[in-house]
Design a protein around this ligand. Structure first.
Ligand code: ADP
Length: 371
């Protein structure tokens, strides 16, 4: 069953169009993360779904119900804000109770819901405190408990973890994921943090300039980005983009990744790259993820897909488990992500393996993936 479907949604503020034809279709119980750089329209889209902003054109349906012009309180959804939005002069219990009283539930029903939300979020011992007596993480937990107690058909989360410190954010992220497994409700979650997006989502919508660039599962977004923007946005360090010319020797395409210690370093591409024919002798952008240039590949099965690349290390960064090696290929700075056992001193040479089968190509003009 579809739980949320948005068709061709546009939103203008005066003459500025901030959402430009958004389409989303979610199955019941799916966890959607809207992710993208600041200003791309994520919060505006969430506010449009919540009914806090009137849309300019298009439609929004929750289940079978058209809610395009419904008031927020008739939308059967609950929103959790970055700022928690708790009433400071009410206790935790009163904060949760407030919305339930307005909805005119019986006393018994209200108590049941408070207890059930409090035990799910492990906040029973906090019910009589006021927000000022709570830590940031506890406040966010209360805000989530409050939304759960209303038992909506869909939850909207607007950057709920961005006010928390890094460690707490990781813990709360896991809690939200567990909670979703338990309540099995549809969630639309806004974040600018790609790790949060990748770890939480069933589906990710990558937004840019008021449009959805790609709507897909985390695995597909990572392995099969549809254009240069999504390829560069997901992944840390980012995918390397290198200008290359598509050349052919016999029936094999190849590219050249030169650097200061190797004037020619040809990488041959297998038969699956046939689609490059129309780009023969033309410049395209090659996309190579840092982890696809290393020498610690463990799987023997891919050994025939690896090709050599010798390079000089401009400098390196040690991060603990990994080391990032900075090198220059075709006059572009790129990063290789190697095991920290392979850490090199600045200026040293290294023999890397490139997993050629993983190289993606992008059209220079349209920036779309070539495939
Ligand atoms: P994000 O959540 O992705 O950071 P927003 O949805 O907050 O982005 O904003 C998208 C764009 O809409 C931004 O350029 C922002 O300046 C603009 N915007 C947001 N709210 C308003 C408003 N009330 N009036 C005019 N422009 C707005």
């Amino acid at each position: 069953m579809k739980s949320l479907s948005i068709k061709n949604l546009h939103k203008k503020y005066d003459q500025t169009e901030v959402l430009r034809g958004i389409d989303i279709s979610l199955e019941s119980g799916e966890f959607l993360v809207l992710v993208g750089p600041s200003g791309c329209g994520k919060s505006t889209l969430l506010s449009c779904i919540a009914g806090l902003e009137e849309i300019t054109s298009g439609s929004i349906k929750l289940g079978e119900k058209d809610i395009t012009h419904a008031s927020p309180k008739d939308r059967e959804l609950a929103m959790v804000f970055q700022s928690y939005a708790l009433y400071p002069n009410m206790t935790v219990r009163q904060n949760i109770e407030f919305g339930l009283k307005i909805s005119k539930y019986s006393k018994e029903e209200i108590e049941n819901r408070i207890q059930s939300a409090a035990s799910m979020l492990q906040i029973k011992e906090l019910l009589n405190r006021k927000p000022a007596q709570l830590s940031g993480g506890q406040r966010q937990r209360i805000a989530i408990a409050r939304s759960i107690s209303r038992e909506p058909s869909i939850y909207l989360f607007d950057e709920p973890l961005s006010n928390l410190d890094a460690e707490l954010r990781v813990r709360m992220r896991a809690e939200i994921k567990k909670l979703h497994k338990k309540v099995k409700k549809t969630i639309v979650y806004v974040t600018h943090d790609q790790i949060e997006a990748m770890t939480l989502a069933d589906k990710i919508a990558i937004m840019h300039n008021g449009t959805i660039q790609q709507f897909d599962t985390p695995i597909n977004v990572y392995n099969n980005p549809c254009n240069l923007f999504t390829a560069g946005f997901i992944g840390s360090p980012s995918m390397n983009f290198i200008d290359v010319k598509i050349q052919k020797n016999g029936n094999k395409y190849f590219i050249n990744l030169k650097n200061e210690i190797q004037e020619d370093n040809f990488l041959y591409l297998d038969a699956s790259y046939e689609y490059l024919e129309k780009y023969l002798n033309k410049e395209v952008i090659a996309g190579i993820r840092p982890e696809h240039m290393q020498n610690g590949f463990r799987s023997l099965e891919i050994s025939h897909e690896l090709q050599d690349l010798k390079a000089n290390i401009s400098f390196s960064e040690y991060t603990g488990a990994d080391a990032f090696l900075f090198l220059k290929l075709n006059d572009t700075d790129v990063i290789a992500r190697v095991s920290s056992d392979d850490l090199k001193a600045d200026g040293e040479n290294i023999a890397l393996k490139v997993w050629t089968k993983k190289i993606l190509f992008f059209d220079k003009k349209t920036e779309n993936r070539i495939r």
